[in-house]
Design a protein around this ligand. Sequence first.
Ligand code: AMP
Length: 542
Amino acid sequence: MLGKMMDFQLTIPVVMRHAARIHGDTEIVSKLADGSLHRYRYADAFKRAAKLAGALEKLGVKQGDVIGTLAWNSYRHFELYYGIPGVGAVCHTINPRLSDEQFDFVLNDAEDQWVFVDADFLPLMSRLADKFKTVKGYVVLCDEEAMPAHELPNVYCYETLLAEQSGEFDWPELEENQACGICYTSGTTGNPKGVVYSHRSTVLISLTANTSSSVGMLPEDSLLAVVPMFHVNAWNIPYAGAMAGAKMVFPGRFMGDGQALAELMNAERVRFASGVPTVWLALLQYLRESNTKLETVERLMVGGAATPLALMQAFEEEQGIFMQQGWGMTETSPLGTMNMPTPSMMAMEKDEQFALRKTVGRPTFGIEVRIVDDALNEMPWDGKSPGSFQVRGPWVCSQYLGIEKADAHTEDGWFDTGDIAVIDSKGYVSITDRSKDVIKSGGEWISSADLENAVMAHDKVLEAAAIGVYHPKWSERPLLIVVSKPGEEVSEQELKDFLETQVTRWWIPESILFTTELPHTATGKISKKDLREQYRDFSYEG
Ligand code: AMP
C-alpha cells in the first residue's frame, strides 16, 4: 500500500514563501564594503528576489541554466540564493580565492551563462573573460553610482535591472530533484570537481540543521554567517536561518577581520555564529589584544578543518562561549557530524568534557557513517581503530558534474570521504587525517591532526602543520612546521619538551621548523600539498 500523503515538492521557493509570510519582519543586516550597515527585512528580501527573477527572465535565463555568483556574504548574495533557484536556474557560487586556471576551469566546466559579481571582482573577471566559453555577460552587485569602469561587453547594474521590475513574479512549479546549486571542491588534487545540490537535498539538510541535536536555530535568534556564501551554501545558514525565522547578519568582505566581527557581534546581539577555525583564531587574537568581551554570543560553530582544542578552551575560559565542532565537506552539503552539548557531556569534569568536544561529534540524523579497512571490512567503533571514513545519505553527492561515475564511490554505494577516522562506542567521530596526509612511521599511524593540536596548545604557537617526510629507517617520520604568535619566540627544544607532556614519545618529530606563514587553500585550510612541495628537499638522516 502506498501512503496517501500529498506529493509536495521540497523546493527553495517553499522556504522563501514560509519566511516571507511567517517571518517577514525579521531583519537581515549586512556590512557593506564601505563599512556601513545595510538593513532590511525578509519580506523586502523576497520582494527583491522576485524582482531578480523578473530580471533573469529578461536576460533570457531558462530553467537549468547555470548562473555564477562571485560575491561576499551580503543581502544581495542572499537574494541570489533564492532568485536563481526560484526560476529553476542553478546558482554556482564561485570562490574568489581560486587561481586563474581554476577560475577558467570551473566557469567552463559548469557552463555558466551569466555571472553576478561584487564590484571589486569585476577587474578579475575582465582579466579572465577571454577564457570563458559560455558566459554571456555580467551583472554587477551595486547601484548605478557605484558601477566600476570596465571594458567588458554585456555588463549590467544589478540595482538598475531590479528597478525595472515590479516585484510581481509568477514563480514556476519546480521538481524537488532539480538542481539548485553547484559548488566546486577545493581541488587539493587535480581539478576541482562540481558538486550539484538539489532543491530536495538543500531543504532536507536545512531542516536537519534546525533540529536541536544539530545546529538548532531559533526564531528571533541572531546569526552571523562568517562562513563564506561562496563555499557550500554558507553551510546552509541562509536557508536554515530563514526556515527558523532567525535574524541574519552578513559580514561582507570583513570575514577575516577580528575587530569588524567583534563589533558586528556586539552591535547586532549575535547569539550564534559559524566559521572555519582560522577566522575564530583571528577573532580571538583581536579580543585578547583589545580586551573586548563578546556580550551576547553563546555558541560558535566551527568546522571545515581540524579545530585546535586550545581555541575551544580559550573561547570558553576567556569569553564563556561554547565552541561546537562539526565535520562536513562540499560533497556532503556539508553537514555530516555535529558535536552538540548534551546533559551528560556538560556534567563531565572539564578534561573529560574537552576530550569529547575535540571530536567532530556524532552523525546528524540522515547521515549514516562507517569506517572500513582497504578491503571494505568494517572497523569496530572502539575509539581507537582507524579506518576510511565513509558516509551516505540524502544530501551526499552521488556523482560529480560531468563525470559519469563518481569515482570516490564504493561498489556498495558509500561515499569515501578521503578522511581517516576513529569512532567511539557512542558514535563520536574523530578525524585523524586525510588519507593522503597520514604519516606512517615504521608501519604505525601518527595522526597529523592530533600532533598539530598538541603543539597548538602551547601559548606561543599560532598555527602548526605536520607532514610526513622520508626517513631511511622508519620510511616516514613527522615534520612539524610552526608559526609562532606575533612578538613571541619559542625554541625547537621548548616545543619538543612540551610535546612530551602531550603525546606519546615516538610521535615527537625529530625536527620542528619555524616559518612566518603557512600556505592556505582557497577555502582557508592549510594546504598540505603546497607544504609538502615547499619542504620537498627536507629529509631525515638515518
Ligand atoms: P571541503 O570540501 O573543502 O569543505 O573539505 C572537506 C574536508 O575538510 C573534509 O573531508 C575534512 O578533511 C576536512 N574537515 C572538515 N571539517 C573538519 C573537522 N571538523 N575536523 C577535521 N577536518 C575537517
